[in-house]
Ligand binder design. Sequence first.
Ligand code: ZN
Length: 130
Amino acid sequence: MSGSARKTVAAAAPAATEDGGRVTHYHAHIYYDAATRERAARLREQAAALFPDALVGRWHDAPVGPHPQSMYQIAFPRELLTEFLPWLMLNRDGLAVLLHPETGDDLADHTAHAAWLGAMLPLRLEVFGR
Ligand code: ZN
């Protein structure tokens, strides 16, 4: 009895971690400026052609939301991560990319949950109002 109780406690410990099950989809934000806009355009065309299930958002030539630099967003379903991420790693062509999950917690998704490829840009977190 006491043995199985210990086992229950031990088995309960990992429950404090998350398995990613509440990630509905991902965003890749591709940053660019005047000097890198052409490269960003090339990446954008390639991504749209190769990943029809990804939604390529419009160009934001001015900073918008937490993003401190011009960017566009590529939203994709979680199932596409293992295919899309390595492709992005190999083809981002020096561009800074913010990859973040969508879990419903905007602040955490853009900070604690976020991954960066290339340069890490300082986000304007005050837009989340916390
Ligand atoms: Zn996003």
